[in-house]
Design a protein around this ligand. Structure first.
Ligand SMILES: [Zn+2]
Length: 207
C-alpha cells in the first residue's frame, strides 16, 4: 500500500482531506460526518511528555526494588519482577514467564521509550523514516491497551507465584500502583496527533 503523506482519511466516513498544519487550539472536523480529524497538539505534548518521563522513572523504580519474596528449594529470597520472571521460568512455566515479561516489562518500557522519543521537540531535522516506523509501531501496539495488558500480566504473575511467593508491600508495589495511574493518563493521548509533526517537518524540509 502506498502512503500519501499529505492526505488524511476520516475514520468515520472515509472522506479524504488535504492535511494542513493547525493553529493553536484548532481542531479539524470532518464536514460530512463530524468526526474529529486532528487538533493542535502542542498542548497535549506539553502535558503528556512530563507524564511519560515520570512514568519511565517510576517504571525503573518499580523494577529496581524487590516485589515478591520467593521460596525455592527451602531458600527464601526477595526478588524484583524480573527475578520473579526467572523464577517462573526455572519452575518450568516458561510460557507464563514470557507472558509476564512481555506484558509487565517489555510492553510498558517499549511504549514509554518510543513515546518520549516521539514527543521530545527537536530543532534539527527529524528522520522521517525512523519517525514513521516508530509511530506505526506505537499505533500497532495501541489496541493491546497498555493498562489491561499490564494488569493481566501482574495478575497472572501473582496467581502463578501464589504458592511459591508472597507479594511484598514495599516500594516496588507502590511504584507499580503509581505507574498504573500514570499509564492511564498517558494513554489518553492519541498518537495520531504525532503525524502532524511528520507533516510539519516535511513541509519545512521541502525546497
Ligand atoms: Zn467523515
Amino acid at each position: 500500500m502506498r502512503e500519501l503523506p499529505d492526505l488524511i482519511a476520516c475514520e468515520g466516513c472515509d472522506a479524504i482531506y488535504q492535511k494542513r498544519s493547525l493553529h493553536h487550539r484548532e481542531i479539524a472536523v470532518c464536514v460530512r460526518c463530524g468526526t474529529e480529524l486532528g487538533r493542535d497538539f502542542s498542548r497535549a505534548r506539553a502535558r503528556i511528555l512530563p507524564l511519560a518521563v515520570a512514568g519511565l522513572i517510576v517504571f525503573i523504580i518499580a523494577n529496581a526494588f524487590p516485589i515478591v519474596e520467593i521460596e525455592l528449594q527451602g531458600l527464601t529470597n526477595q526478588t524484583t519482577l524480573f527475578g520473579a520472571v526467572l523464577a517462573l521460568y526455572a519452575e518450568g512455566m516458561s510460557l507464563v514467564a514470557f507472558l509476564v515479561l512481555a506484558t509487565t516489562i517489555l510492553s510498558p518500557a517499549l511504549q514509554l521509550i518510543i513515546l518520549i522519543y516521539l514527543l521530545v521537540p527537536r530543532s534539527e531535522a527529524v528522520q522521517p523514516p525512523v519517525f514513521r516506523w516508530l509511530l506505526h509501531t506505537m499505533q500497532a501496539l495501541r489496541p493491546w491497551g497498555m493498562i489491561e495488558v499490564f494488569l493481566l500480566g501482574v495478575l497472572v504473575a501473582i496467581v502463578k507465584l501464589s504458592n511459591m511467593a508472597t507479594v511484598l508491600p514495599g516500594i516496588a508495589l507502590w511504584a507499580f500502583g503509581v505507574l498504573t495511574i500514570l499509564l492511564a493518563a498517558i494513554i489518553s493521548f492519541d498518537p495520531r496527533y504525532l503525524w502532524q509533526t511528520v507533516a510539519a517537518s516535511s513541509d519545512e524540509g521541502a525546497p
